[in-house]
Design a protein. Structure first.
Ligand code: KG4
Ligand code: ZN
Length: 367
């Protein structure tokens, strides 16, 4: 089954063609990073205007790269939310118009579910993630910890109470005078920094909570940077690198501990990472180390033993970590396979900027 995926939830105009949920025949992304770098972040109206210009060339490029004609496309999948409304609307209206004109079934995909399914891309079926699993989706807009027993059924264990981890990376990077997006910059500079120089606070919240909070960490970074500026009048390269290393380690510590506590509680076979921040090398390294050594820290800072040794996976390619349309087409395939009666849209779809992760079995009312 060949699905054309369309993704325009934020600042990437993307189209992809994916066969059977894993074989990526084309994955085209028109990035707006250079435009948004000038403003230090995404201006929604600017992003929407760019989507309008890029969307059809990107779709046509995907078809060309996949050497596929419209006759070979079995369905069209599109991100319906969450994201920026003005950006989502461009993808949803383009996909709806194409589905009508080309007489193709339409599948509405939740962006967060799409990120999760990036883990199935370019993996042979026998290598696909196993259930039960826990997934940590961390990006600029979302920060969710999810338990899955089967396809397209998500139990939300926790989410962020304030900023998403990627957003915290971007904001701290901005305070340090680094380029947008800040995550890759921080992880690059952290390699030259001393993790131990600054002690960043880690908010674990209550013992049982799987929610996240990064505002305290962000304020600690702000105070540290302000102090340094007041004392020295500038930020030295070493200060910036040490600050990046300490901040990154604090974020990765919280994320990895909550992920592995959930893995232990739900006795999973697999631990998955997805979203833009899953490209972070240090985060991947910390999770793998804790799994191999069999521990995680609880809210009181006490070392707990892992009684399981789950397999740890993240998207095969870095381009599948950040926003892309292959993950949307991939998710649509598994949605259609596992919930054929709910997957296909029967009424016009409406972009929903605040859409939360929903279970496919509860989708009847949406179609
Ligand atoms: O998934 P994504 O492309 O967009 C959203 O859905 O938000 O994620 C973008 C986010 C940005 O905040 C970016 O700074 C972060 O992912 N990011 C990283 C890295 N690469 C991208 N954060 C930390 N380390 C990285 N290597
Ligand atoms: Zn995303």
């Amino acid at each position: 089954m060949k699905i054309l995926g369309i993704e325009t939830s934020c600042d990437e105009t993307a189209a992809a063609i994916v066969e059977d949920g894993n074989r990526v025949l084309a994955n085209v992304i028109a990035s707006q990073i250079d435009i948004h770098r000038e403003t230090g972040g995404v201006v929604p109206e600017v992003a929407a205007r760019e989507h309008v210009i890029k969307i059809m060339p990107v779709v046509n490029e995907a078809l060309r790269k996949a050497k596929t004609g419209w006759a070979d496309i079995d369905a069209i999948a599109v991100t319906v939310g969450p994201g920026l409304l003005s950006s989502l609307v461009i993808g949803v209206s383009t996909a709806s118009a194409l589905a009508f004109a080309k007489q193709k079934p339409l599948i509405a995909v939740n962006h967060i579910a799409g990120h999760i399914y990036a883990n199935w891309l370019e993996r042979e079926t026998k290598e696909s993630p196993l259930f039960p699993c826990v997934v940590l989706t961390v990006s600029g807009g979302h920060n969710e910890l999810v338990f899955m027993k089967k396809h397209a059924e998500f139990k939300l264990l926790g989410e962020t109470l304030d900023d998403a981890a990627g957003e915290a990376f971007d904001k701290v990077a901005r305070l340090l005078g680094l380029a947008y997006p800040g995550g890759p910059e921080i992880s690059r500079l952290a390699l030259k920094g001393d993790i131990k120089r600054f002690d960043f606070p880690k908010a674990y919240l209550q013992d049982k909570s799987y929610d996240f909070s990064f505002s305290g960490l962000k304020t600690a970074a702000l105070n540290l940077i302000r102090e340094e500026f007041e004392q020295s009048g500038k930020l030295s390269q070493q200060f910036i690198a040490d600050c990046c290393a300490g901040f990154q380690d604090a974020v990765c510590g919280i994320l990895s501990d909550k992920l592995l506590r959930a893995a232990e509680e739900y006795q999973v076979q697999e631990v998955l990472l997805s979203g833009g921040v899953s490209a972070n090398g240090r985060l991947r390294q910390i999770i793998q180390e804790k799994i191999d050594e069999g521990y995680f820290f609880n809210a009181k800072g006490k070392k707990n033993q892992l009684t399981i040794h789950p397999r740890f996976r993240f998207p095969q390619d870095k381009s599948f970590c950040t926003d892309n349309a292959a993950m949307i087409a991939g998710m649509a395939y598994f949605l259609a396979k596992s919930h054929p009666t709910q997957a296909f849209v029967k009424k016009p779809i409406i972009a929903d900027p605040r859409l939360s992760l929903y279970n496919a079995s509860e989708m009847v009312s949406r179609s």
